[in-house]
Write a protein that binds this ligand. Structure first.
Ligand SMILES: N[C@@H](CCC[C@H](N)C(=O)O)C(=O)O
Length: 276
């Protein structure tokens, strides 16, 4: 079978995007993993599969797979690339797109300056829903890792995140602590691990060790979770610039119960086809 795809990225977080509206596609964990291989496959952090909607009030459904083959609930950079993909492929003619993912519904806006704004929904702070083992909800939790106690915030943006404040993001132990925290037993579905340096009330620097993909150049849901964590701890204003290794996202969050808004670019790299 010949499979057509696009290669895209959002600030260096890269995607294989497949049109499952006009092609019949059957994916499984082993296939996704082999396509993700950067030496013998296409290579990507996540694969996005665009499908027809399953309900009348949305335009599309799209599914998200990590490089390790696991299917996940939400992806911020992926959402922006998805919006650019369906518009450029003329699968839709509107600039406001309603989409369903495993997390629920999101609304995406293609702006005239080619940036994409995404209503990412409200963050989930109740530990049981993240899921995170804790007796009660708090802005900060103590977590034991390798005999040391670290202070974290735990937040779900539809997918689970923990956020750790560091003095200098360039010196943060992302490669060593990241994998240990990703599989910490208090996060039964594993977790994305954000290392956040607060630069000012309007700016943070962030590196994310992603569940199922390792450290990426940028993580959209991670940027949202970091701003929520920083706001809950009283460190940040409503609008924050998040500086990631791959570039900058703008995140806006008015407070509990409100949606987080993310704005950033989505870039098409090339068109490809592969025999499966
Ligand atoms: N890169 C993403 C998040 C992708 C999913 C994540 N690795 C998970 O397992 O939850 C983003 O931009 O949000």
């Amino acid at each position: 079978m010949l499979l057509r795809f696009s290669k895209m990225h959002g600030l260096g977080n890269d995607f294989m995007v497949i049109d499952g509206v006009s092609q019949r596609v059957r994916l499984n964990e082993t296939l996704v993993k082999s396509l993700a291989d950067r030496h013998t496959g296409i290579g990507f952090d996540q694969l996005l599969l665009v499908e027809p909607p399953t309900r009348p009030d949305v335009d599309f459904r799209y599914r998200i797979f990590n490089a390790d083959g696991s299917e996940v609930e939400h992806c911020g950079n992926g959402a922006r690339c998805f919006a650019r993909f369906v518009r450029d492929k003329r699968l839709i003619a509107k600039d406001e797109i309603h989409v369903e993912t495993a997390r629920g519904q999101s609304v995406l806006y293609l702006r005239p300056d080619r940036q994409v704004e995404v209503d990412m929904g409200a963050p989930i702070l109740n530990p049981a829903e993240i899921p995170f083992a804790a007796e009660q909800q708090s802005a900060v939790y103590d977590l034991e890792v390798e005999g040391q106690s670290v202070q974290i915030s735990a937040i779900s943006m539809g997918n689970p995140h923990l956020v750790l404040a560091v003095k200098d993001v360039d010196q943060a132990p992302v490669e060593t602590l990241g994998p240990l925290l990703e599989r910490h037993p208090r996060f039964p579905k594993r977790v994305n691990v954000g290392f956040m340096q607060v630069i000012s009330r309007q700016q943070i620097a962030l590196r994310v060790f992603e569940r199922g993909a390792g450290e990426t150049q940028a993580c959209g849901t991670g940027a949202c979770a970091a701003v929520v964590a920083g706001r809950l701890r009283g460190w940040l204003d409503e609008e924050v610039e998040v500086c990631l290794p791959g570039g900058t996202l703008r995140i806006r969050w008015a407070g509990e119960g409100q949606s987080v808004h993310m704005t950033g670019p989505a870039t098409h790299v090339y068109e490809g086809q592969i025999f499966l």
